[in-house]
Design a protein around this ligand. Sequence first.
Ligand code: GTP
Ligand code: MG
Length: 173
Amino acid sequence: MSKPAAQRVSLNGVVTTAVPTPWRFILMGGVGAGKTTLLRALEQKDPTTTRKTQMVDYAGWGIDTPGEFVEMGHWRRILVSVSFDAQLIVAVQDATRADSYFPPHYFMTFPQQTIGVITKTDAPQANRERATAVLRAAGVTGEIYCVSALTGCGISKLRDDLLNQNVLEKRRI
Ligand SMILES: Nc1nc2c(ncn2[C@@H]2O[C@H](COP(=O)(O)OP(=O)(O)OP(=O)(O)O)[C@@H](O)[C@H]2O)c(=O)[nH]1
Ligand SMILES: [Mg+2]
């Protein structure tokens, strides 16, 4: 059987490598964690114009999900179904929040690699160490990125790693 044709991924003029198959990541995190704002920053769109996500959104570079799907147990099954459309899970944790809505080892239940993104690092009350501990406790085994979607801090590194799929090679068991 012949291989599928290579697809060239390009993002707002940022031309990247050709990959054999299209791939997507899925964003998971609590309500207001900053998933949509992060996605817009990664897409080089205005991050200040986000609205509350009401349903699973496939329109962007990554699959955006409402925070309720993590926070409310009976909706978690939707995340499991939708995750089949993604090759990478991006767990998003608000640096200003002490609590976590991820159950212990939650991301171990998914076969895909999971990376963590700590958002809102620009906020005065941000605590990166605490957010890192929350993500590790939730079973995030991949790299953890500290970003601010509003100031842009850390965004280009994360964008590059996603575009080049570097994140997929750094799995920690
Ligand atoms: N200071 C700061 N605020 C941020 C950052 N990212 C997001 N926010 C703010 O956090 C709030 C929630 O952001 P959203 O991106 O809508 O959060 P979400 O995770 O998509 O939320 P749901 O759609 O409800 O699941 C908004 O007021 C954002 O402006 C950041 O990096 N820094
Ligand atoms: Mg949202």
